[in-house]
Design a protein around this ligand. Structure first.
Ligand code: NAD
Length: 481
C-alpha cells in the first residue's frame, strides 16, 4: 500500500489515552497505513468554556481526514455541556450507527453463548431531532420525524453491510401497528429494498416482541436495522446481554465522514493504572480499517485479538479464575495481541473482511425520488382549553364551520370525544379538532377558519394541514370516526 491514510485521533479522558496508545500500537504493528492527526476533545476543552467539547480548529482536521478514531471522554458534572457525539453526528450527517454485539463463549462469561448480532441504528431522525414544545399547561410534545430518504439510506446500508460481511439475514424492528405512518414508512421502505437483495433473507418484527425475542434468543438474529429510539435502547441491551460491553466498538457512518469509538465511557477511576481493556476501541479501529479500505489489516488485527481472548490473556474486567490464564494490564495485552498477529482463533470463529459496505449517496436518492400528487383537504386545529364539557367545545367550534370546511371530530390525546364520545374518557387541556372539506381547499380557507376559531374565543396552539397524496390520506384516521 503506497499512501498512508490520514485519520483524526482524539485520546480522550480517563482511560482514553492508555487504550488509544494500545490500539494505535497494535494496528500499526499489524501494518495499518495510517497517518494520525491528534486533536483535543473532552473534559479539558469543556472546562475551557467551549460548550461543544471540541476546539474549532479540530473541526478542520476532521473535515480534512473525514475519519475520526475517538477515545471516550468525560463530560464534566453540571449542565450546559453539549454532547460531543451528538454534535459530531449531526454536523457530519453520520446517519448509521453500527454496533456488533458478539459473545466470546467460553472465554468470556455470557448468558448467550451463541450471539453474533449487528445492530444498525438510524442516527439522525425519529424523536432525536430535538423538536419539542410545551403546548398547554399540561401537555408537552415531541415530534417523531421519519423520512423516506433517511429510511432508504439506513436500510440500504444494512443490506449492503450484510452483503459485505457475508451475513445471511436482515431483520427490521418497528412499531407500525401503532405508528402507521412513520414506522409504517420505515417498514414499507424495508420491504421495497429487501426485494433488491434476494441473496439475503429478510424479516420484520414489531419492536416489542422483537426485543423480547432478541433478549431471549439472540442467536435467531443476524443484522437488525431500526429507527433511532429503538436502536438507542436495543444496541445497549444487545451489547449487555452479549456480555461484551467492555469489548464492543461502534461505528458512526456518514456519506462524507465516519467516527469510530468504544461503547464504554472514560472509566476515570481506572485511569493511569495500566488496567483498562483496550478491546472496545481496538474493535472500533478494526471497523475503521475496513472503512479506509485496509481490510487485510483489519482481518489480521481482529483474528489476533480473538486468539488472545482464546488464550485466556485477559485484563481485570473480564478475568475469571479457571477460565482466564493470565491477568494482564493494558500494555501487556497489546503486546499479547501483537505477538499473535498472523494467527487465527481455533475455537472462536475467525473473521475475514473484504470491503466496506457500499453507501447510497444523496444524489442517487434524489434521482430516484418519486413525487406524489398532494392535495390540501382539511386541517387539524389543536386547542388549549381547560374545560371538560366536550359538547360545549363542539358548539363553539361549529360556529367556525363554513367556507367548505366542517368540524368532523374532536379528540383528546388521540381518543375520540366528539361526536359520540363517552363520559368515561379522561380529558386534558389539549384538544384536537378536525375540519375537513369535500374537495381540495387552499391555505386562505384555513387562515380564515383560524380567524373564526379565534373569534369564538378559543386558543388554537397549532395546526396540522391534512393532505391527500395520490388520493390517499396522509394523516392518521381516528378509530370509530
Ligand atoms: P464507564 O463505561 O466509563 O464505566 C462503567 C464501568 O465499566 C466502570 O466500572 C469502569 O471501570 C468499567 N469499564 C469501562 N470501560 C472499561 C475498560 N475499557 N476496561 C476496564 N473497565 C472498564 O461509564 P461511566 O462510569 O458511567 O462513565 C464515566 C464517564 O464516561 C462519564 O463522564 C461519562 O459521561 C463518560 N462516557 C463517555 C462516553 C463516550 O465518550 N463515548 C460513553 C459513555 C460514558
Amino acid at each position: 500500500m503506497a499512501n498512508k491514510t490520514p485519520i483524526t485521533v482524539a485520546h480522550g479522558d480517563g482511560i482514553g489515552p492508555e487504550i488509544m496508545d494500545a490500539t494505535l500500537h497494535i494496528i500499526e504493528a499489524a501494518g495499518a497505513q495510517i497517518e494520525p492527526e491528534t486533536i483535543e476533545v473532552g473534559e479539558k476543552v469543556y472546562l475551557r468554556g467551549i460548550s461543544a467539547g471540541i476546539e474549532p480548529s479540530a473541526w478542520e482536521s476532521l473535515r480534512r481526514t473525514r475519519v475520526f478514531l475517538k477515545a471516550p471522554i468525560t463530560t464534566p458534572q453540571g449542565g450546559g455541556y453539549k454532547s460531543l457525539n451528538v454534535t459530531t453526528r449531526t454536523t457530519f450527517g453520520l446517519y448509521a450507527n453500527v454496533r456488533p454485539c458478539v459473545s466470546y463463549y467460553p472465554f468470556v462469561d455470557t448468558k448467550h453463548p451463541v450471539m453474533d448480532v449487528v445492530i444498525i441504528r438510524e442516527n439522525e431522525e425519529d424523536t432525536y431531532t430535538g423538536i419539542e414544545y410545551r403546548q398547554t399547561n399540561d401537555m408537552m410534545e415531541s415530534l417523531k420525524l421519519i423520512s423516506r430518504p433517511g429510511s432508504e439510506k439506513i436500510i440500504r446500508y444494512a443490506f449492503e453491510y450484510a452483503r459485505a460481511n457475508n451475513r445471511k439475514k436482515v431483520t427490521c424492528f418497528m412499531k407500525d401497528n401503532i405508528m402507521k405512518i412513520t414506522d409504517g414508512l420505515f417498514h414499507k421502505v424495508f420491504d421495497e429494498i429487501a426485494k433488491e437483495y434476494p441473496d439475503i433473507e429478510n424479516e420484520s418484527w414489531i419492536v416489542d416482541i422483537g426485543s423480547a425475542k432478541l433478549a431471549d434468543t439472540p442467536e435467531a438474529f443476524d443484522v437488525v436495522v431500526m429507527p433511532n429510539l429503538y436502536g438507542d435502547i436495543l444496541s445497549d441491551v444487545a451489547a449487555q446481554i452479549a456480555g461484551s460491553v467492555g469489548l464492543a466498538g461502534s461505528a458512526n457512518i456518514g456519506e462524507q465522514c465516519a467516527m469510530f469509538e468504544a461503547i464504554h465511557g472514560s472509566a476515570p477511576r481506572r485511569a493511569g493504572q495500566n488496567l483498562a481493556n483496550p478491546s472496545g476501541l481496538l474493535l472500533a479501529a478494526v471497523m475503521m480499517l475496513v472503512h479506509i479500505d485496509q481490510p487485510e489489516v483489519a482481518t489480521r488485527v481482529h483474528n489476533a485479538w480473538l486468539r488472545t481472548m482464546e488464550d485466556g490473556i485477559h485484563t481485570y474486567d473480564i478475568f475469571e479464575e479457571g477460565v482466564s490464564k493470565q491477568k494482564v494490564g493494558t500494555r501487556e495485552f497489546a503486546e499479547a495481541v501483537i505477538a499473535r498477529l498472523g494467527q487465527e482463533p481455533q475455537t472462536l470463529k475467525a473473521v475475514h473482511y473484504a470491503s466496506a459496505p457500499k453507501q447510497e449517496t444523496s444524489e442517487q436518492i434524489e434521482r430516484q425520488r418519486v413525487v406524489s400528487k398532494k392535495e390540501l383537504v382539511g386541517v387539524d386545529v389543536f386547542l388549549d382549553w381547560a374545560e371538560h364539557d366536550t359538547e360545549k367545545l363542539a358548539a363553539l367550534l361549529q360556529q367556525a364551520n363554513g367556507d367548505g370546511l366542517e368540524l368532523k371530530l374532536i379528540t383528546n390525546r388521540g381518543a375520540r370525544v366528539w361526536p359520540h364520545g363517552l363520559p368515561e374518557t379522561f380529558t386534558t387541556d389539549h384538544w384536537r379538532s378536525r375540519f375537513l372539506s369535500k374537495g381540495t381547499i387552499n391555505h386562505a380557507q384555513i387562515t380564515s377558519l383560524l380567524q373564526r376559531i379565534n373569534e369564538s374565543g378559543l386558543d388554537f396552539i397549532k395546526i396540522e394541514n391534512l393532505y391527500d397524496f395520490d388520493g390517499q390520506p396522509g394523516y392518521s384516521s381516528v378509530s370509530g370516526a
